[in-house]
Design a protein around this ligand. Structure first.
Ligand code: G3P
Length: 218
């Protein structure tokens, strides 16, 4: 399973990349807007840190505009993946980008039929938003289960990129279901390592070891 970091913050990306755990990065207009810097500059800097797919999202609302943006973004770095919204114009742009061999990530997926459409049009990734489904009392992971089954039924090459992950259980469940990728905020990546019993256990080992060291000195 691949781990992507869902952020546009360079400090977070640099820190997570030091672990060697990050296979790629996803950004979106909201994440970019938090950074107060130029979009191109941010994507270039991310590409200099992480050697893996970097999703950069278009903001036009018509297919022509989306394509113009897509080709500009694709020029920034070979690892840029064009993120398109799951709307009709986005799907027109997707068809064209797929034909041109440009890698794509279709975002804001909330139903199996949306993902099926994107896969049929050759999306490289689909991004179902599990946290936002949970927010409105739909079990987000049920969608992931459906997508794994549907893509498997037809041997689609499109990868399921579980997005809007809010906690370690989302990552566990995505892994159990066999999703290809989970993208997560920096905080969730840190939570994956944590368990209170680990901290208590380590504390005890170190305290006991102090006794060994003290006995050696006495
Ligand atoms: O990758 C999509 C993600 O950024 C959305 O997360 O927490 O805003 O639903 P969230």
């Amino acid at each position: 399973m691949k781990f992507f970091l869902d952020t546009a913050n360079i400090d977070e990306i640099r820190d997570a990349a030091e672990f060697g755990l990050i296979d790629g990065v996803t950004t979106n207009p909201s994440l970019i807007s938090k950074e107060g810097r130029s979009f191109k500059e941010i994507i270039q800097e991310i590409a200099s840190i992480v050697d893996g797919p970097i999703s950069a999202e278009v903001v036009s609302t018509d297919a022509g505009g989306m394509l113009e943006e897509a080709y500009e973004l694709a020029k920034i770095h070979e690892n840029v993946v064009i993120k398109l919204p799951m709307v009709k114009e986005g799907m027109k742009a997707l068809k064209r980008l797929s034909a041109d061999g440009v890698r794509t990530n279709v975002t804001l997926i909330f139903s199996p039929s949306q993902a099926l459409v994107a896969a049929k049009l050759g999306a490289t990734y689909v991004s179902p938003f599990v946290g936002r489904l949970d927010d409105v009392s739909h079990v987000g992971m049920e969608l992931i289960g459906d997508l794994v089954r549907i893509f498997d039924n037809y041997s689609f090459q499109t990868q399921i990129l579980v997005a809007s992950c809010r906690n370690p259980l989302h990552i566990r469940d995505a892994a159990l279901l066999g999703a290809h990728v989970a993208t997560m905020p920096y905080g969730v990546l840190g939570q994956l390592l944590k368990h209170p019993l680990t901290d208590i256990g380590l504390d005890r080992f170190l305290k006991d070891w102090e006794k060994v060291a003290k006995a050696g000195r006495d």
